[in-house]
Structures are given as structure tokens and as C-alpha cells.
Ligand binder design. Structure first.
Ligand SMILES: Nc1nc2c(c(=O)[nH]1)N=C([C@H](O)[C@H](O)COP(=O)(O)OP(=O)(O)OP(=O)(O)O)CN2
Ligand code: ZN
Length: 270
């Protein structure tokens, strides 16, 4: 089985006057931005097998067309009224978008993501249509030192190199939290603002602008490596998420230590 992912970018304004723009070279987005329109990105992830002759599982242009024919008009209707757009039932909307898209792509869509801001995406999967995955990214800055007290100086230097510097060093850590949130009877789901508040209180407040080895009790006895940080963040969030509406569950946490290093944790059982 192959998984093919296609990103489609588009800009919307309540007035669809830009529908006649050329459809080629859509990397930047099509329809293009007009004035103070809105920018969106969707990711369609399909699963299947490649045709032995063409090597294609599905032509990416078919995915573009399906998104433009089925997702864009629904999104345009959803934003037509500013007040209604603010209160839209995001769970229902995601389910409607998926249900409209799936037959146009022969039901090969495994999941569909709507990127709402550079840091926030909503995801719906074909086998869990009663749940939305909310993915949000955050950042904190912290200092740390990698050091094992049982090692001698040479062993510490060999193992951790410049990361063993006694005065420590810093990173701008990026954290991505993925929460599975049930869609309620009104089509609503956990709001990103509610998730942000939990992450802020339970994670950012504890780690931001701290020296992890000195200020954070969880790292008094274990190294603040990215592997340990991601598990500590998971543990901080578990009680915090109990404050969200019933049934919201932590699905995945990722921590980037640098642009090149990321560690992901899906809990002790996965
Ligand atoms: N398995 C792990 N290895 C390393 C970790 C870690 O948490 N887990 N952490 C570090 C250090 O924190 C270090 O600060 C990382 O920085 P650096 O080695 O500079 O990483 P870069 O990718 O920025 O390095 P380049 O110099 O650009 O290659 C080390 N290892
Ligand atoms: Zn480091």
C-alpha cells in the first residue's frame, strides 16, 4: 500500500470573481490572493497501489480538481458571512468536506487536513469520522546541559561534546500537540483557544525561559534531552487535557530541539 499526499493552496474571498484565473502553476495558490482575502491550505492523503503501466496510483491533478470542485465552494459558503464563520461548527464542516471529497477520489482518501494558520491544522480520518485531530504548534526557549554525574569529565565530553558545556546552552524549542477531539451533537469540537490555554498553563509556563536542569524538577535526575523533554511534556499535558470537554485525548506530542531534530511520543502504549 502506498500513501500519496498532495497539498492544495487557495485563497478565498466571499466574492468568487477570481474563478476565471489560469489554473496552471498553482504552487503559490489558486485562486490567487485578492486584497485581504483568506489563505488556506489542504492536504489530501490517499492510500492505494500504483498502476504498473503509468506508475501512478492517482493523478495529482485529479486531487487538485476534486479539492477545487468540492472543498472550495463549501469553504466559500462557510466564510460568506463573517459572523457565521466565527461560530461555524468545525467538526461538521470537516466531516462535510471529507464526505464531499471522498467519492470524487474513489474513496481512497485516508485523511484530510485543513491548515488554518501556519501553526494550526485540523485533520479528519476516514476511519474516525466522529473525531477531529487538532494539531497546534507552540514555542518555548530554554537552556540546558547534557551531563551524566556518574561519568567522568572525559566520558561526558566524549558523549555530549559541546552540549556538556558547564554553563549550558539554549534552544528555541518547538512543540506540536495533537489532540483527538470528539465532534459533539452540534458539530462542534474543542476550540484551539481552549487547547492553547491548557498548553500555556501546563507546558509553556513551566519550561519557557527556564534552565531545564536547574529550574525544572523533572530534570533534576534525568538529562533534558529531546527524548526526555517530549515525555515530560506528554506527562504535563495529560492532567491538563482533563480540563477540556469530555473525551478529548492526547494523540501525539513532538518536540523540535533544532530545525533538524525532532522527537515524537505517542504515549506509553503506542
Ligand atoms: N539523541 C539526542 N542527541 C542529542 C540531543 C538530544 O536531545 N538527543 N541534544 C543535543 C544537544 O542539545 C545539542 O544542543 C544539539 O545541537 P547541535 O549538536 O549543535 O545540533 P545541530 O543540529 O544544530 O548541529 P549542527 O552543528 O548544525 O550539526 C545533541 N545530541
Ligand atoms: Zn542542546
Amino acid at each position: 500500500m502506498l500513501e500519496l499526499s498532495r497539498t492544495v493552496r487557495f485563497c478565498l474571498s466571499p466574492d468568487p470573481g477570481d474563478d476565471d484565473s489560469p489554473r496552471d502553476n498553482t504552487f503559490a495558490s489558486w485562486p490567487a490572493m485578492r486584497g485581504l482575502g483568506r489563505y488556506y491550505e489542504v492536504q489530501v492523503v490517499c492510500r492505494g497501489l500504483a498502476d504498473p503501466q503509468t506508475g501512478y496510483f492517482i493523478n495529482i491533478k485529479e486531487i487538485d480538481t476534486a479539492v477545487r470542485d468540492h472543498v472550495l465552494p463549501r469553504m466559500r459558503r462557510a466564510i460568506a458571512d463573517e459572523q457565521a464563520a466565527m461560530n461555524v461548527a468545525m467538526g461538521s464542516l470537516m466531516r462535510d468536506l471529507f464526505t464531499a471529497l471522498a467519492p470524487a477520489l474513489n474513496h481512497t482518501v485516508h485523511h484530510f487536513a485543513l491548515q488554518l494558520t501556519p501553526t494550526l491544522a485540523l485533520v479528519i480520518e476516514n476511519q474516525a469520522m466522529d473525531t477531529i485531530l487538532i494539531k497546534q504548534q507552540y514555542e518555548f526557549s530554554a537552556a540546558h546541559r547534557l551531563h551524566v554525574p556518574e561519568f567522568d569529565d572525559e566520558q561526558n565530553r566524549q558523549t555530549f561534546g559541546k552540549c556538556n558545556n558547564p554553563a549550558g546552552h539554549g534552544h528555541n524549542y518547538r512543540v506540536e500537540v495533537v489532540v483527538g477531539a470528539p465532534i459533539d451533537a452540534h458539530g462542534q469540537t474543542v476550540s484551539p483557544a481552549a487547547l492553547d490555554a491548557v498548553v500555556d498553563q501546563h507546558v509553556i509556563e513551566r519550561l519557557d525561559h527556564k534552565h531545564l536542569n536547574v529550574d525544572v524538577p523533572e530534570f533534576a535526575e534525568q538529562n533534558p534531552s529531546v527524548e526526555n523533554i517530549v515525555r515530560v511534556v506528554w506527562d504535563y499535558l495529560t492532567p491538563g487535557l482533563a480540563e477540556l470537554p469530555d473525551g478529548a485525548k492526547l494523540d501525539e506530542v513532538s518536540v523540535w530541539e533544532t530545525g533538524k531534530t525532532v522527537c515524537t511520543y505517542r504515549g506509553p502504549e503506542r
